[in-house]
Design a protein. Structure first.
Length: 249
């Protein structure tokens, strides 16, 4: 499989959700640096515009786009804006995510706490993907990257001796498991089209999400998402990957 991640990708239109900071912002920067037009989805333009302006000041073709993934009307407006301005979308990175305030064991969780995390990490991805699919279908090489997490891997979680044994955050972890299931479902539906759908696992990365306790930099954390966003025609679909290769579902 050819690695296209260092090539130039002039003229490609990329939308990254939750791109005003953290991994999303760095994904936008890396895709923009390879020539793509990057649309920085942000649920609050007071955060999204300065982020896009900073990338534009670096010479990138970067634009803010109001996009709250939990608000279907807002998502529809964003899709209409992209349609009017570009007529298609080449890359969708479903990056926006939350851990939620809850951090106890499953027996202490409520359905409401679970639902809150799913609204963003799962339902939001479905809403955004379905709104953007007509635009992605017009691309000669549509790519969808779902930013998942190795803590959502059922295989790794079911191994009580693994490095995840002490980690049991049911709200966040199961939301990423569900996101993995969505990844497979879309890859299956779209397997006879040029659109490739894969899950990227960043690894533990220092961002606001973990009060910057992660051991990786954002530059390291986005390597897989960028690579999967820029997959060539011989690239895989329906896989979960990190920077070392395949992550078990
Ligand atoms: P972050 O710094 O907290 O960034 C999260 C981004 O998502 C922010 O831009 C946030 O916007 C946005 N967001 C949250 N809810 C949203 C909504 N309803 N609509 C639109 N945007 C929304 O976290 P991060 O570490 O960069 O996380 C990015 C992705 O990587 C997440 O999906 C996360 O689960 C995943 N991940 C992270 C790590 C890690 O170690 N950092 C590891 C594995 C996976 P606001 O600024 O408005 O809140």
């Amino acid at each position: 499989m050819t690695d296209h991640s260092q090539a130039r990708h002039e003229g490609r239109i990329a939308l990254i959700t939750g791109a005003n900071k953290g991994l999303g912002l760095e994904t936008a920067r890396q895709l923009g640096a390879r020539g793509a037009t990057v649309l920085l989805g942000a649920r609050d333009l007071r955060r999204g515009k300065p982020a896009a302006d900073a990338l534009a000041a670096e010479g990138l073709d970067a634009h803010p786009l109001l996009l709250d993934v939990t608000d279907p009307a807002c998502v529809a407006d964003a899709a209409a804006w992209i349609d009017e301005r570009y007529g298609r979308l080449d890359i969708l990175v479903n990056n926006a995510g939350i851990t939620g305030a809850f951090s106890g064991p499953p027996s202490a969780a409520t359905a409401g706490q679970l639902r809150k995390v799913y609204e963003t990490n799962v339902f939001g991805v479905l809403t955004v993907t379905n709104a953007m699919l007509p635009l992605l279908r017009r691309s000669p090489a549509g790519r969808i990257v779902n930013v998942s997490s190795t803590v959502g891997s059922l295989t790794l979680n079911a191994d009580f001796t693994s490095e995840f044994a002490g980690y049991n955050l049911v709200t966040y972890q199961s939301s990423k498991t569900a996101l993995n299931a969505l990844t497979i479902a879309y890859a299956k539906e779209l397997r006879d089209t040029p659109i490739k759908v894969n899950a990227a696992n960043p690894g533990f990365t220092a961002t606001d999400m973990n009060n910057h306790r992660g051991h990786q930099t954002v530059e390291e954390g986005v390597v897989t998402a960028v690579r999967l966003a820029l997959l060539g025609p011989d690239g895989p679909t329906g896989t979960s990957q990190d920077d070392t290769g395949t992550v078990p579902w």
